[in-house]
Design a protein around this ligand. Structure first.
Ligand code: NDP
Ligand code: OXD
Length: 312
């Protein structure tokens, strides 16, 4: 069995070494344009040329959870995309979202400013029941985030494609219930996959519905930059419709140096760092799935296989 590794912006050596150790019978090598056809690929954002030159691929194992960089490509006819299934990311995402939420709710930036001025003064506490948190997408990451937020006694709402019942989460589903979900949420956390259905879902029209249309809505986007219509955000912050935003992902990454998000006082920016791929855990997960496929020859036996119709 041959495995080819093609990782944009990531050095492949440690991945190759780890995969060779985990799958001693496999031939594992870095992809080059003249490489022999492989059975499986381990990838991050490969170019179209990679897919065109690997017609025999059966498994395309993505080293992330989001597969939007793959679903936009023309894939080999038999190939199935397999996403990472948590592999150490959900706990990081829960930490990140809880940090952003609590920093805003407790006004820790205000206390930090006071501390810089040597000022000892209390800020009026916010009321938790007035801060319902709406999580868009209750998949592997969204469910973990919803549970973590609920641990701090915030009311939690969730929005998904198919109806769900999750203890402690008021669930909404489909476009018919999107407005009700937005109205019931003050803080919105985006953990959707980027698909044609979800691109631009955070835009003027939807963001204005947060918190029942009252001022004070807050946006946390940790999914993909394409979910947010970037040009719509700053006017809503500047006219007071929204209270702030924490953004980890952007339409263009790295975020260009002259982008206004960097310096806006109500926006906190991080460099697509909310949940980093954990190499050891990911290699173990991918190797386990390749072994299972090779033993049974069937992708339906493993978790994380992307449905090409849904795009996630
Ligand atoms: P999952 O595929 O496990 O979950 C996706 C969720 O989104 C599901 O609940 C699904 O609904 C819901 N959903 C999909 N389409 C729609 C729609 N049209 N309307 C309503 N709900 C929809 O994904 P993960 O939780 O693993 O990851 C989510 C995303 O997070 C990734 O796609 C990636 O873009 C991003 N990510 C970002 C990282 C970062 O560092 N910033 C790191 C890792 C991931 P249903 O349950 O009904 O299918
Ligand atoms: C992912 C990511 O999709 O890191 O896993 O963004």
């Amino acid at each position: 069995m041959r495995i080819t590794v093609c990782l944009t912006d990531t050095r492949p050596e440690s991945w190759i070494e780890g995969l060779r150790a985990a799958l001693p019978d496999a031939e594992v090598s870095a992809w080059t344009p003249d490489a022999a056809p492989a059975d499986h690929a381990v990838v991050w954002a490969p170019p179209q040329a990679f897919m065109d030159q690997q017609p025999s691929l059966r498994g395309i194992f993505n080293i992330g959870a989001g597969v939007d960089a793959l679903t936009k490509l023309r894939l080999p006819p038999e190939a199935r995309i397999v996403r990472l299934d948590d592999a150490g990311m959900s706990v990081q995402m829960a930490e990140y979202v809880c940090h952003a939420l609590i920093r805003h709710f407790r006004d820790f930036d205000g206390y930090a400013a006071d501390a810089r001025d040597g000022r000892w003064s209390y800020r009026k506490p916010n009321v938790r029941q007035d801060f319902p948190v709406g999580v868009m997408g209750l998949g592997v990451l969204g469910q973990r985030v919803a549970k973590a937020v609920a641990q701090f006694d915030f009311p939690v709402k969730g929005w998904t494609r198919s109806p769900k019942q999750i203890e402690g989460v008021q669930c909404f589903a489909g476009h018919a219930q999107l407005d009700a979900f937005l109205a019931a949420s003050r803080v919105v956390v985006c953990l959707l996959p980027l698909t044609p259905d979800t691109r631009g879902i955070l835009r003027r029209e939807t963001l204005q519905k947060l918190h029942g249309g009252r001022p004070g809505g807050y946006v946390i986007n940790v999914a993909r930059g394409g979910h947010l219509v970037e040009a719509d955000l700053i006017p809503l912050l500047d006219d007071g419709s929204l209270a702030g935003a924490t953004l980890d992902v952007f339409e263009t990454e790295p975020l260009p140096a002259d982008h206004p998000f960097w310096r806006h006082p109500k926006i906190d920016v991080t460099p697509h760092a909310s949940a980093r791929t954990q190499r050891e855990e990911s290699i173990a997960q991918i190797a386990g799935k390749i072994r299972a496929v090779e033993a049974g020859g069937d992708f339906d036996r493993i978790a994380g296989v992307v449905d090409p119709q849904r795009g996630y």
